[in-house]
Design a binder for this molecule. Structure first.
Ligand code: GDP
Ligand code: MN
Ligand code: MN
Length: 250
């Protein structure tokens, strides 16, 4: 049986706008057909310039109000509001939805691993980002790989953040077990496995959160899976979102 291999990409410099991260990764690690490359959204966004100087942001009245309420810089709050299409909770932190369907604390806007006074936004279209990186790797290295753009996210019910997939290319997000039978012949009715999040979670473990300097991780020999891409609940399906909005939304 083939063992799954996991390799953190060492030796990448600080990433700046305009950098070709696909090329920089290929220079440092061999990439093979069917590998899965996980990339921290942070470096994709820095490379593409999805960053902003706080001093260039003028907070709205709402941003000032929420800044006071949550003890945050109103300019940072404005960045979060700008990145959001729907505010689900205002306090004690902003929980909001982004255009591409992801729901996250502070809209995934980061102030870490970037110069003081700057914020990093999540890529506005992470599915396209993953497609792009995949195509670049194909043209540089001549291999067909899968790509996952990751971000570290908080979650409900449990303490501790984990890596989530916010964009992916080359495979479906979800491995669908519905219709399969278990060891006793029972037909599985509801089991769908969010494989891209599981892989992103392990990649996040290899990356670390602070000064590791490992923003990309390669997985080799992962088994293939089939399923679908409907990772995000529709409004109708999302019970938690409905309840939170009713209780806390504005
Ligand atoms: P996020 O999870 O996408 O928000 O990214 P993090 O800020 O948690 O960073 C994930 C990993 O990438 C950590 O190991 C960081 O030290 C590393 N990292 C972040 N930015 C850079 C960079 O510009 N260059 C390098 N080499 N590593 C970085
Ligand atoms: Mn982040
Ligand atoms: Mn992280």
């Amino acid at each position: 049986m083939e063992h799954i291999q996991v390799m953190g990409v060492q030796g990448l410099p600080l990433i700046h706008a305009g950098d070709n991260i696909a090329a920089m990764i290929c220079e440092r690690v061999p990439v093979w057909d069917n590998d899965i490359l996980c990339i921290a959204s942070t470096i994709y966004s820095k490379a593409r310039g999805y960053t902003k100087l706080l001093s260039a942001i003028t907070p709205s009245e709402r941003a000032v109000r929420l800044g006071n309420l949550n003890g945050e810089d109103p300019r940072f709050v404005q960045a979060v509001l700008d990145a959001s299409t729907d505010i689900i909770m205002e306090h004690p932190f902003i929980l909001s939805e982004l255009a591409f369907g992801h729901i996250g604390v502070r809209a995934g806007v980061d102030q870490s691993n970037i110069e003081d006074g700057m914020v990093i936004f999540l890529p506005p279209d992470p599915m396209k980002a993953a497609d792009e990186v995949r195509a670049e790797i194909r043209s540089i290295a001549g291999v067909d790989i899968g790509v996952i753009i990751t971000d570290t996210c908080g979650r409900s019910f449990r303490r501790g953040q984990t890596g989530n997939a916010i964009g992916w290319s080359g495979f479906p997000a979800i491995r669908d077990f519905r219709g399969d039978t278990d060891l006793f012949g029972h037909v599985l009715k509801i089991t769908e496995e969010a494989v891209v999040d599981e892989i992103a979670g392990f990649a996040n473990f290899v990356m670390g959160e602070s000064n590791n300097g490992v923003p990309a991780v390669v997985f080799r020999n992962c088994p293939k899976w089939t399923g679908h891409d409907s990772l995000y609940f529709t409004n109708n399906e999302d019970i938690t979102k409905r309840v939170l909005k009713k209780e806390w939304g504005q």
